[in-house]
Design a protein around this ligand. Sequence first.
Ligand code: ADP
Ligand code: 5GP
Length: 216
Amino acid sequence: MGRLFILSAPSGTGKSTVAQRLLESIDNVRRVVTATTRQPRPSERDGIDYIFMKKEEFLEGIEKGYFLEYAEVYGNYYGTPREQVEKNIKCGHDSLLVIDVQGAFKVKKEFPQAITIFLLPPSIEELKRRMKRRGYTDSNADLRLETARKEIPCATSFDYIIINDFIDKAADQLRCIILSSRCERDMVLKSIKKGPLVSKEIIELIQGGECYGKEA
Ligand code: ADP
Ligand code: 5GP
């Protein structure tokens, strides 16, 4: 079974930037490409950054149960394609889902084993600067900042919190979370049983050997 990592934060904190940096430096993690009805930004490519959909197409997708969760965010629809997530988990691929806070809660409810990570801006002033850099108008940024103030308290419900003061540091911490989860005892014991990761003798010792020195 692959694991699902959910990276969430208020808009403008740096989710996409940190996720991109992580994917350049880790093997075997697939990004879940979510769908949206908003217009692509100049650098964005269909099917890579988002699946860009017409509103009618998106509404039809909702009817057909195509989305694991969906939300209307700042006037556009966004949704997580159910099939991508389920397929990755079933095929044993780790996946990274980058979504807003309300979406993260909905997915966690359906996949309680998902690992949730909250990216925290170092300050509201810095969040404002990042939004400006992204080209939001003042009123647009004000609305997002108001939402951010309601989303930041949700950090306490996530499994991990990463402070995004420096991109490299934040991406490194995210990488460490994913790598260390790959060494969780039960995960490793299951993989050992399935494949030729260690010798037959080690498997036999792990399965039937007596642990020396453990207090009764
Ligand atoms: P989100 O996906 O959370 O909405 P983005 O990844 O689009 O946010 O980042 C918003 C802006 O902030 C971008 O201009 C990005 O380059 C910048 N940014 C992201 N992380 C940092 C950081 N640690 N320090 C400075 N600027 C950052
Ligand atoms: P943007 O338009 O800036 O790319 O994204 C706006 C917000 O929507 C971001 O917080 C982004 O993470 C979130 N988002 C992107 N895809 C999804 C999704 O599938 N579901 C939900 N709920 N939010 C999403």
